[in-house]
Design a protein around this ligand. Sequence first.
Ligand SMILES: Nc1ncnc2c1ncn2[C@@H]1O[C@H](COP(=O)(O)OP(=O)(O)O)[C@@H](O)[C@H]1O
Ligand SMILES: [Mg+2]
Length: 234
Amino acid sequence: MKLLVVTDLVAGYGKTVVINGVSFDVELGQVIGLIGPNGAGKTTLIKAVLGYLKPWRGKILYEGNDVTGLPAHKLARLGIGYVPERGGVLRTLTVRENIELAASMSKHGGDKLKEVTKLFKIIEERKTQIAGTLSGGEQKMLSIAMALVMASKLMILDEPSAGLAPIMRKKVVEVLKKINKEFGISLVVAEQDPTVVLETAEVVHVIEMGSIVKSGKTHEIIKPEVLKEYYLGM
Ligand SMILES: Nc1ncnc2c1ncn2[C@@H]1O[C@H](COP(=O)(O)OP(=O)(O)O)[C@@H](O)[C@H]1O
Ligand SMILES: [Mg+2]
């Protein structure tokens, strides 16, 4: 079953077109990767899909329903979890308050809290710590946990590994695999660095200058030379 179908999406800021006719879909239980360089339009695409930015053209179907143009809070209510590039946690609240806030904002978040707490040790171990005092990697984990509490079938993650040390990036990979396998949640993972996508996604779309320029099975798209190019170009 197709969980999310995005067709010919066009979006931008002011009069500037940034996303120029993008189409992709996500099957139930699937992990897809969106890779592309800085400024390619990954964040803009995600914001247009999630209702933070009104699409100029195109169509978005979620579970078969037309959700094009719905505001972000309504899409969140449908159970689409979002891990933003930055600012996913409320820095002045404790870890516990953050996760409880996420649970209170979702329809069935309360039921999931226990399972999510089991997966993210940080929730128990650091429950009274102010979120802003966590390390970058810990804040990212908390942000992922919050999105999981709110997600029923789909999570969209905007550069979850950006700025993280290799060990933390590995933990992100592990946690994403578990979210997909154990919770049965489909994932859309946008990354500039192809490594997390390589280890998690089944299908990859390459986005450049607001368009998908290449799509295919992950191992066909992210070949060793692509990785080499990426690291040399950094
Ligand atoms: N709020 C904004 N206002 C105007 N232009 C923006 C805004 N945000 C991003 N852009 C522009 O849109 C393009 C795509 O950016 P973005 O979606 O952030 O790419 P990515 O996430 O792939 O790095 C860039 O040229 C960027 O400068
Ligand atoms: Mg971005």
